[in-house]
Design a protein around this ligand. Structure first.
Ligand SMILES: [Zn+2]
Length: 153
């Protein structure tokens, strides 16, 4: 059996870009339990053959970036915020939740990507968490209702 899998390769050259991509690799590893569900699957971090200092982070391709949150229906908005809550519960704050960092998978709905600026030591305050509150506001969703459903805060 042949598996057909699409991948996304993100290349970094130079010290600061490499540091960011290594950080993103660490975030993906911290979120291993959410890979393939709330976030793409990490395939690996590779050294580029073309440039000795280059690094390439390879993840599954899940879909195109959203032009705007306005394009999401109510159910997809709930799915997106629920996924962000799970990411926060795992100790990661994304810090750049914008439509360009959310791709739309035909089978799985909205998937959060681009963790190179994320914080790895997030202690989520749930209802008082700034990022969750802001994203909920932008999506027009009642955060309290979703957090009650997610539990464990
Ligand atoms: Zn939080």
């Amino acid at each position: 059996m042949i598996f057909e899998r699409s991948a996304v390769a993100k290349a970094a050259y130079g010290l600061s870009a490499s540091a960011r991509i290594i950080h993103e690799f660490d975030v993906y590893n911290a979120l291993r339990a959410l890979q393939g569900r709330s976030i793409p699957t990490l395939f690996g971090l590779y050294r580029s053959e073309e440039n000795g200092s280059g690094l390439v982070l390879v993840t599954s391709y899940e879909g195109r970036a959203l032009p705007s949150f306005d394009d999401l229906g109510v159910q997809d908005r709930h799915t997106l915020l629920s996924r962000l809550i799970r990411i926060h519960q795992a100790g990661v704050e994304h810090l750049d939740v914008e439509p360009r960092n959310v791709v739309f998978s035909k089978s799985r709905g909205p998937i959060i990507v681009d963790f190179d600026g994320a914080s790895l030591d997030h202690c989520c305050g749930g209802l008082s968490c700034g990022e969750l509150r802001e994203v909920a506001r932008r999506l027009g969703i009642d955060l309290g209702q979703l957090i009650t459903a997610a539990g464990d805060f």
